[in-house]
Design a protein around this ligand. Structure first.
Ligand code: ZN
Length: 251
C-alpha cells in the first residue's frame, strides 16, 4: 500500500504541477502530445531520453524496439561477447568500447553476458526464472515489458573469475571492483545497488547490471550518491497509469 500511495502521489504531482521545472520529464511528456495518462504498457520511450523509468510498475510497450541497435562485436574489437550476437543502441557502443579498451589495458578481462533483450526474449528469461523460483522470481528477474534490457542501453558484465556467470559476489572480482568505481566515467551507472539510498531498488543486488545514461548525468548521480531509480522517483513522474503487473504465467 505504501508504494501504491506513492504512485498516486506522483500522479497528483503530474496533474497539478505539470512538471514545470523538470526539463527531463518534460522531454518524456512531450513524446505523448496532449496525453498525460496512458497505460504503462502503452509507453514508447523517447529514444533521446536516457532516463526513462522502467520498473515492475512502469512498463513499456511489448512493441518497443530501439531503431538504432548495432551488433556489439563489430564495435568493441575485443572478444568480450563470448561469441554471442549481442546488441546495444548505437550511442552506447562507443563509450562501451572505450571503457572496455581501458579495462583491457589494465589487464582486466570483462565479458558482456547480455545487453539488449526484446520483449519475447525477456518473456523466455522470465519463464525460466519463474519455472525455477515461482513468485520469488519477481525479486530476481523482470516481467516482460518491465526490463531495462528492452531499452537497449543496459549491459550485464561478467568476469573470468566467476566463469562469466551471475553471482552477487561479482563486486569482489577484479572487473566488478573496477566497474563499481569507474563505470560512471563512461556514462554507466549501477541500476540495483546493494544499499540503495532510501531503500529504493527494484530487484536484489545486481553488481553486474549497468545502464548507460551519459557521462554528465552518471557523474552527477555518483557525486550526489543517488541511484538512478531514486532520481526517477524524485524527478520523473512517469507519463502512464501504474498498474499491478501480472505476468502471464502467474494469473
Ligand atoms: Zn541485467
Amino acid at each position: 500500500m505504501q508504494k501504491i500511495g506513492n504512485y498516486f502521489a506522483m500522479l497528483c504531482v503530474l496533474a497539478t504541477a505539470s512538471l514545470l521545472s523538470l526539463p527531463a520529464s518534460a522531454a518524456m511528456i512531450d513524446t505523448i502530445p496532449n496525453t498525460t495518462f496512458i497505460s504503462c504498457y502503452a509507453r514508447f520511450p523517447n529514444p533521446s531520453d536516457l532516463r526513462t523509468i522502467i520498473t515492475p510498475t512502469y512498463a513499456i510497450s511489448a512493441d518497443y524496439e530501439p531503431d538504432d541497435l548495432v551488433l556489439l562485436p563489430e564495435y568493441v574489437g575485443y572478444p568480450v561477447t563470448l561469441s554471442k550476437d549481442i546488441y546495444v543502441r548505437e550511442q552506447v557502443a562507443e563509450p562501451l568500447q572505450a571503457m572496455i579498451a581501458e579495462m583491457w589495458d589494465l589487464g582486466l578481462r570483462p565479458s558482456i553476458v547480455s545487453a539488449y533483450r526484446s520483449y519475447p526474449q525477456q518473456q523466455r528469461v522470465w519463464d525460466q526464472w519463474y519455472a525455477e523460483y515461482g513468485e520469488r522470481a519477481r525479486d530476481i528477474s523482470a516481467i516482460p515489458g518491465t526490463s531495462e534490457h528492452q531499452l537497449g542501453t543496459t549491459v550485464d558484465f561478467g568476469s573470468p573469475e566467476h566463469s562469466h556467470r551471475f553471482y552477487t559476489t561479482f563486486y569482489l572480482t577484479s572487473e566488478g571492483r573496477w566497474l563499481a568505481e569507474n563505470a560512471h566515467r563512461y556514462g554507466f551507472v549501477l541500476s540495483y545497488p546493494r544499499d540503495a539510498v532510501g531503500g529504493l531498488s527494484t530487484y536484489e543486488y545486481e553488481p553486474w547490471h549497468f545502464r548507460y545514461v551519459g557521462v554528465e548525468f552518471a557523474t552527477y548521480l555518483v557525486e550526489k550518491n543517488m541511484t538512478l531509480l531514486q532520481y526517477q522517483h524524485e524527478n520523473l513522474a512517469a507519463p502512464c497509469i501504474p498498474a499491478r503487473v501480472v505476468p502471464r504465467n502467474v494469473r
